[in-house]
Design a protein around this ligand. Structure first.
Ligand SMILES: C[S@@+](CC[C@H](N)C(=O)[O-])C[C@H]1O[C@@H](n2cnc3c(N)ncnc32)[C@H](O)[C@@H]1O
Length: 380
């Protein structure tokens, strides 16, 4: 389905803005900068303009959009930590507010309502949607929710993010003619406003890419922004835990010789493809997460890895089967949709294996509930 005239007009303005930045940058900008503008340019980027992105009538479905089972399970992990005195929760990149709207009533029901539920969200448009959704779905807990504009200098508590690290601008590198190059974006021609252009990589990117010993012709991503993001949270955490759920692998799998064209993906109306230079600002652009790099970013800033496992194992450890069992199977109308959602969250063919959960923390002794069985931290 082609974009509406209104959406196309926003996309054209965004393309002009990116083109102007390419010209000002001497004809080239890094792919990471392109991705940042395409997703987050104020008022124009994919996450910043008003289109509906998440959910069945958007471009892709995340676990909290798919089912309240996800938030209800995660609540059990948070309840355990809140019970250990970590009384504040900070959610990063809360999307439509679905996770917060499931977590808050469930935590209250478990007798572990947090003192504060902070949300850090870059998109002004999504922030508004979050406020609306929480007011509708969790009215009794809404007063505990506060939106932050910047990271707090110090934080004691639990930081949680679902599908946030994959949405951070990624740098792209390739091995070409025996040298490491960085992918960028240049002006295109005809009906393609932009094209790829490569330059010699430098600095931190070159150092990290060199350490990967990439074979000739291999192209992949290095998530400098996501690493920096985890590091900055880790540095601010006085005591507590960071919990991230996302799709990805440890470095050994991420940079496997057979994954020679990387993990970059785009989503437009539930259609997945690999061309980020079309539908500028109208489609999601993501990369898989290198969980070894996230673990390293945390541990270099003084955190310990508290657990790492698949989403399926995490949800099972948190009691998804008990939660499902609360609805009698004989009540087919209520049970059938829940069972089908559980299947999508758990099945290895869907989200169960590709999605992982990592917990990093300070001042907390493992094991945590969600990693009690099947912890795969040793693979990081
Ligand atoms: C793929 S969506 C996931 C939304 C939601 N967590 C969910 O699971 O449905 C990515 C979210 O991260 C937000 N985001 C990206 N970078 C961010 C940053 N640096 N700080 C805060 N939020 C960010 C986006 O605006 C968006 O809300």
């Amino acid at each position: 389905m082609p974009p509406s005239a209104e959406a196309q007009a926003i996309s054209d303005r965004l393309a002009d803005l990116i083109a102007a930045e390419i010209d000002a940058g001497g004809g080239w900008i890094s792919f990471a900068r392109y991705m940042e503008l395409a997703l987050y340019a104020p008022g124009l980027g994919y996450y910043s303009a008003g289109s509906r992105k998440l959910g069945r009538d958007g471009d892709f479905v995340t676990a909290p959009e798919l089912s309240s089972l996800f938030g209800r399970c995660l609540a059990r992990q948070l309840a355990e930590l809140i019970g250990h005195g970590l009384r504040d929760v900070l959610e990063i990149g809360a999307g439509s507010g679905a996770l917060a709207a499931d977590l808050l009533p469930e935590l209250a029901a478990l007798g572990q309502a947090p003192d504060h539920y902070y949300i850090l969200e870059v998109s002004a448009d999504l922030r508004q949607r979050q406020q609306q959704r929480i007011a509708e779905r969790a009215p009794q807990q809404a007063a505990a929710v506060q939106w932050l504009d910047v990271l707090p200098a110090n934080f004691n508590g639990i930081i949680v993010g679902n599908e946030v690290l994959d949405a951070m601008p990624a740098h792209v590198v390739r091995m070409h003619g025996g040298a490491i190059e960085e992918a960028g974006v240049v002006r295109g021609s005809g009906d393609r406003p932009f094209a790829r252009g490569y330059r010699a990589a430098g600095g931190e990117l070159l150092k990290l890419a060199t350490a990967l010993s990439l074979p000739e012709g291999y192209e992949t991503e290095i998530q400098l922004a996501a690493r920096a993001f985890v590091t900055s949270f880790a540095r601010r955490l006085r005591s507590g835990a960071l919990l991230f759920v996302d799709y990805g692998f440890p470095a050994r799998e991420y940079y496997h010789p057979q994954r020679s064209s990387g993990t970059l993906m785009c989503h437009y109306r539930h259609h997945a493809h690999d061309d980020p230079l079309v539908l500028v600002g109208l489609q999601d652009i993501t990369t898989h997460v290198d969980f070894s790099a996230m673990a390293k970013a945390g541990t270099s800033a003084g955190l310990a890895v508290l657990g790492y496992t698949t989403q399926a194992q995490f949800l099972i450890n948190c009691g998804i089967t008990d939660i499902l069992g609360e609805t009698p199977a004989a009540d087919v109308r209520a049970y059938a949709p829940l069972a089908s959602q559980a299947q999508q969250l758990l099945s290895p063919a869907e989200m169960g294996e590709l999605f992982k959960v990592i917990a990093l923390g300070k001042g907390i002794a493992p094991p945590l509930l969600g990693f009690q069985r099947g912890d795969k931290s040793h693979t990081l």
